[in-house]
Design a protein around this ligand. Structure first.
Ligand SMILES: [Zn+2]
Ligand SMILES: [Zn+2]
Length: 70
């Protein structure tokens, strides 16, 4: 298994699409792990700001509502 951009040695997996990515090809990107409703009904997100983004997929900047799943 190789980096999908340069075929180099991968250091991790893009959390958005699952592609392998190497140290030279990734870019940090905000990755929202979960969203919950905090005090005063304010939605809050638990996120990491430097996830290994592959630069190929197009992560949505915020979770999109999917009411059909419930
Ligand atoms: Zn690469
Ligand atoms: Zn990706």
């Amino acid at each position: 298994m190789r980096c999908h951009r340069c075929k180099g040695e991968p250091i991790g997996v893009c959390p958005f699409c699952g592609r392998l990515i190497c140290e030279d090809c990734y870019r940090p990107h905000v990755y929202v792990l979960t969203v919950y409703v905090g005090e005063a009904q304010t939605p809050k997100a638990i996120a990491v700001s430097n996830a290994l983004w592959c630069q190929t997929c197009r992560p949505h900047p915020a979770p999109i509502p999917m009411p059909e799943l419930f």
